[in-house]
Structure formats: C-alpha cells, structure tokens
Write a protein that binds this ligand. Structure first.
Ligand code: BGC
Length: 326
C-alpha cells in the first residue's frame, strides 16, 4: 500500500513538473535569431506608411533580408493606419533613439523637412523610400520614378482604348507626394489626346474598401465614366470589388498599380486590363545596402530609381511559360 502511494505521488510529480516546463517555455520563450539582437553591426529604422499593408510588407521583407545578411538590427515601425502626423512622430522618436540610420517614407510638408534636418544635424543619415521629398536634406531616394510610372499608366489607357473615354481616378491619398506625381505623369500623357478626359478623382485611403467606395462615388456622380484607374497598390482590387456590387454589367476598363497576387489574379481573370509593376522588395533591399554605404561615405548618386513597367495578361502568360512566377 505504502509503495503504491509512493508510486502515484512520483507519477503526479513528473506530470506537474512536465506541465510547468512546457507552459513556462510557451509563455516566456522569445525568438532570438542569431545576430538579430545581440551581435548587430548597425541599428537602422524603417518608417513605413502603414503597418500591415501588403505592399509595405514587401518593402519590409526586402529590407529584413538585406539586414539579416549584414547583421543589422532593423526596426520596422509604422502607423496602424496611414497618417502623416503619426508617421512624423515615429520619425522624431527614431531620431531621439539615435539609431545609425533611418529609411523613411517621404511625407509632404515642412515638418518632414525640419525633422530630416534635425536628424542629419545629429549625424543620422536619412534616406527616403517609395516616396521622395526632394527639397529635404535626405541623403538618397530609393524607389520608382513616380512621375514616369504615372506616364506609363496614361500610355496603358491610350493603348487599350478607342474613341471617347471618361476617366475616373482612384488615388491612395491626396496628401501623398508619390500619388500626386503619378497623377501629374498621367495627366501629362493624357493631355495630348483630346478623346481622353479625366472627369474626377476620389481617395481610397490606401485600403481596398476605400477604393470600392471611391469607385461607387465616381460612378454615381459621373455615370459616363468608362475607365477607372487606381494609383496605389490596393485600388485596382477595390475597384473591381466595388464595381461588382454597384454595376456588375457596366463595361468599364480597369487599370491598377502594383503586382500584389490578387491584382495579378484579376488580370488573369480579365477583370483588370493592366497594372504598373513596381519592385517593393528590391526597394527595401537596396535601401538597406545604401544605408550601409552611408555609414562610411556620402553618396555621389542620390537617386536610385527602381524600374517600373506595364503588365498585361499576355505578360503573365509569357512569364508562366518561361517557368517564372506570374
Ligand atoms: C505606393 C505606396 C502606397 C501603397 C499603398 C503603392 O503603390 O507606392 O506609396 O503606400 O501603394 O498600398
């Protein structure tokens, strides 16, 4: 009887100890990648336009890859929802944290210019990514030539239409410099073609639902619209979804921006005619590489444009036949 009691107690003891170890590990285990926290060469910060945005996640992916390869500790920070004031606060915070370099989305207005000046004065190199602010003291810009990208969009409209066209634009945010540059490029190309008319513009707040609502507003106010074009990454997808609800039988040519998988799927399905491809992953990668160079020297070349191109359904097919991912 006595031995039986010892035996049961021992079993209970081992079960309790096992549980303690297992749950303790689950609660307190922190993932530390070699070289990620302790042994880094530099500490950089990447200030994005919006956290958890599919496009910015790609920039982050490229930047983290380059950071890992070079044993750099990279902080990725962004407002939950795109917001210039919040992004400026984060930028200021990173300057106060005295990181070794800041890669940031360019923000419209004097406050950004002043903050960049503050950072540079304190010896922190700052570069812009995706959206430039040329009149700031940023050391370099890495991203698309947004004016040229807008021109490509205009050319896609010209190429894919005949006769009179009424164009509605769904733009990410009115106070985004890159969006303004894209629209300026689009307008410049359209101007030479009197058959094409831009009738109005609505903001999507860089969200899919915002783009669907923008498409709705545009079509309600201007039923003559027969071309809808997005100028930021989730606009094309939102326009298609919005149109499906509002006017599923209406014949509208849709153009988009960026190559997120759902946009490419909609091109494949014939719902979006074409999109302008940017390379956000490469932007992130190059930005970190440039920031490393800046730790030793100033740069001679302070604009690193990453190529943009127009993608149609045939291009996806061609890539597929060549064994590349569409
Ligand atoms: C733009 C980014 C923007 C993103 C929104 C991209 O096309 O380059 O500036 O933040 O769309 O999803």
């Amino acid at each position: 009887m006595k031995y039986k009691l010892y035996f049961v107690s021992a079993i209970l003891f081992f079960i309790c100890a096992g549980c303690m170890l297992y749950f303790g590990y689950k609660t307190f285990y922190m993932k530390t990648e070699p070289g990620e926290i302790m042994d880094y060469t530099y500490h950089f910060a990447l200030v994005a336009e919006e956290a958890d945005n599919d496009y910015w996640n790609l920039i982050q992916k490229g930047a983290q890859k380059a950071a890992r390869e070079n044993e750099i500790y990279l902080d990725y920070i962004a407002p939950k929802k795109a917001d210039n004031d919040e992004a400026l606060t984060l930028l200021d915070r990173m300057i106060s944290a005295k990181v070794d370099g800041i890669i940031t989305h360019g923000i419209e207005g004097q406050k950004f210019v002043d903050l960049v000046h503050k950072g540079i004065e304190r010896g922190i190199p700052i570069i812009t990514i995706d959206t430039d602010v040329e009149n700031s003291e940023r050391k370099a810009y890495v991203g698309s030539n947004n004016y040229k990208a807008g021109q490509l969009l205009g050319q896609a409209i010209i190429k894919n239409t005949k006769g009179k066209q009424y164009i509605g634009i769904v733009t990410g945010r009115n106070d985004s410099i890159s969006q303004q540059e894209r629209i300026a490029g689009l307008e410049q190309v359209i101007e030479a073609h009197p058959r094409l008319k831009i009738v109005s513009l609505e903001e999507s707040n860089i969200t899919e639902i915002g783009a669907a609502q923008a498409a709705y507003t545009l079509l309600k106010e201007y039923p003559e619209i027969n071309v809808l074009t997005g100028t930021s990454a989730l606009d094309g997808i939102g326009i298609v979804e919005g149109l499906r609800d509002i006017a599923p039988t209406k014949d509208v040519l849709i153009l988009a921006f960026d190559t997120l998988p759902r946009t490419l799927q909609k091109i494949q399905d014939g719902e979006i005619e074409a999109t302008i491809a940017q390379d956000p992953e490469l932007m992130g990668q190059e930005a970190v590489d440039i920031m490393i160079d800046l730790q030793a020297n100033d740069l001679l070349e302070n604009k690193r444009y990453i190529d943009t191109s127009i993608i149609h359904k045939e291009d996806l097919q061609r890539n597929f036949e060549n064994g590349e991912e569409p």
